[in-house]
Design a protein around this ligand. Structure first.
Ligand SMILES: Cc1cc2nc3c(=O)[nH]c(=O)nc-3n(C[C@H](O)[C@H](O)[C@H](O)COP(=O)(O)OP(=O)(O)OC[C@H]3O[C@@H](n4cnc5c(N)ncnc54)[C@H](O)[C@@H]3O)c2cc1C
Ligand SMILES: NC(=O)c1ccc[n+]([C@@H]2O[C@H](COP(=O)([O-])OP(=O)(O)OC[C@H]3O[C@@H](n4cnc5c(N)ncnc54)[C@H](OP(=O)(O)O)[C@@H]3O)[C@@H](O)[C@H]2O)c1
Length: 426
């Protein structure tokens, strides 16, 4: 059987691709189904699917035009020689300007006035207490705290010079600049710089596949893989932009038509309990619902006697109650024993999954004390951290442990030794 992987992906097609949101929703979350055809690909509930995106053709065309290239020029890439068009379409991420590439610009802006130093420091995304994501900077900004090979030159009275001066005088503005621009924006800003085709791609980030938690059980949905994908869209500098892979899946992959490279990314840890009589608590707001749809399908098929408790939520009940009918059916049939829904934008106060966990602390403790599994899937930076702390607080309060003992119980016993606190967060 062929060993499909990231370097040798199976070429699949979509059989379904539709928006899960209700009318008026501010989100675009899609249910996307891939056909496994005669690939022989196998998976289990809990696994992820790797998807290989193709860059937006309009960005590739704009880049070729701005660089003055035909696209036929040959370039050397990590995967061997290919045409510039091929490289920009399938081998590099052209939708976000890379730090390395923009750092390289410094040496290409020519000055008559002596060198101007360029400082670029590393960036991190950081969550704030109000839930927003901001950029923070590392690096002192001192003269001797430059990445190697920096110290370049700009010509006076050139608009590019002014911009470059601004960017290099304040690390935060460089970071902000890079966060909101792709290569088209940057080439327009620095239109005086010319490149060879090879110089053009050197320093661009290599194109990477993206992983998606599978939202189906292979036995429940034979021959297919289902995903729940949150489409990333934003607009900057009067241009609408999209996440590389989510934009590709949403806007350019036509059902039964577009060939799409995929591969399996099996999990060894995010799995159902071996025994069917074990209780499962699942916390999966937003797209975090995906693997729990797969788990519920699998447990339904298995006829498992263990109870299932799902904590789900998103902005509004009307707009984001994904898979409502399926959940209702599982509730009616006694498969989904408890179902708590946290709508963060339906009322005057935010309701998050961890608030509902706290309200149900005593019962959660009973399930856990009785050997139940505890699963979390979805946003890593905020939700998973808060759910983690809430779980510790619940164990402390209802299991009558000190905070320290509860932390050790959750992180050492449940997570590491017994492997019944499992997370799939991103
Ligand atoms: C194990 C695993 C499982 C996952 N499962 C799922 C899943 O089930 N469903 C799902 O939807 N995702 C899932 N993801 C996330 C997924 O892999 C991708 O990261 C996600 O879909 C975004 O990919 P993209 O190529 O569309 O976006 P990219 O182009 O890679 O963009 C990445 C991020 O940068 C942000 N961004 C970039 N530039 C800007 C800007 N200027 N302004 C604002 N934001 C900006 C975007 O919001 C986006 O979140 C999972 C990830 C992992 C690791
Ligand atoms: N790594 C990546 O490349 C990547 C790509 C795509 C998405 N993501 C992450 O994955 C997440 C998935 O996006 P999504 O659309 O599925 O849903 P989401 O943004 O996680 O939102 C789902 C629900 O969680 C709520 N929420 C916000 N902060 C929370 C917190 N601290 N604790 C508990 N709940 C909280 C949201 O409320 P409010 O919004 O009303 O506050 C919303 O009701 C995103 O948040 C994003 O950070 C990562």
């Amino acid at each position: 059987m062929t060993d499909w992987n990231a370097k040798n992906p199976y070429t699949s097609k979509l059989t379904e691709n539709y928006v899960l949101n209700g009318k008026g929703s501010g989100k675009e979350t899609r249910h996307i189904v891939f056909d496994l055809g005669d690939s022989g690909l196998e998976y289990k509930a809990g696994d992820a699917l790797g998807v290989i995106p193709i860059c937006p053709p309009e960005i590739v065309a704009d880049l070729l035009s701005l660089g003055g290239f035909t696209g036929e020029e040959q370039v050397e890439t990590n995967l061997g020689i290919c045409s510039l068009h091929e490289a920009l379409s399938t081998r590099y991420e052209v939708h976000r300007v890379s730090k390395k590439w923009i750092e390289g610009l410094g040496s290409r802006v020519v000055s008559g006035d002596g060198p101007i130093e360029i400082k670029i420091v590393s960036r991190d995304r950081v969550s704030t207490s109000d839930g927003s994501t901001v950029m923070s900077w590392n690096g002192s900004g001192n003269e001797d705290d430059l990445p190697s090979g920096y110290s370049e030159i700009i010509s006076p009275n050139d608009p590019a010079e002014e911009l470059w001066n601004k960017l290099t005088s304040d690390p935060k503005s460089m970071e902000d600049y890079m966060w909101t621009r792709d290569y088209v924006d940057t080439l327009r800003d620095f239109s005086n710089i010319s490149f060879t085709p090879q110089e053009f791609i050197d320093g661009m980030d290599r194109l990477k596949p993206r992983l998606y938690s599978i939202a189906s059980s292979p036995e429940f949905e034979p021959g297919t893989v289902h995903l729940t994908v949150g489409i990333v869209r934003y607009s900057y500098h009067e241009r609408d932009k999209a996440g590389l892979t989510t934009g590709y899946l949403s806007d350019r992959c036509i059902v039964e038509e577009t060939p799409i490279g995929v591969f399996m990314s099996p999990t060894r840890s995010f799995i159902l309990p071996e025994k069917g009589d074990v209780d499962c608590i699942m916390v999966g707001p937003g797209t975090g619902i995906a693997p729990f749809r797969a788990f519920l399908q699998q447990r339904d098929l298995n006829g498992d006697s263990g109870r299932n408790w799902l904590f789900f939520g998103d902005w509004t009940e009307e707009g984001e109650y994904y898979y409502k009918e399926e959940m209702d059916d599982w509730k009616d049939r006694g498969i989904l024993n408890k179902h708590d829904l946290a709508w963060s934008r339906d009322g005057s106060e935010k309701v998050y999954v961890q608030h509902l966990m706290r309200e149900n602390g005593s019962e959660i403790w009973d399930w856990i004390h009785g050997g139940g599994y505890f699963y979390v899937c979805g946003d890593k930076s905020r939700m998973a951290k808060d759910v983690h702390q809430t779980l510790i607080d619940i164990c402390s309060e209802h299991g009558e442990m000190s905070q320290e003992d509860a932390k050790s119980f959750v992180e050492e016993s449940m997570m590491k030794k017994e492997k019944r606190y499992l997370r799939d967060v991103y």
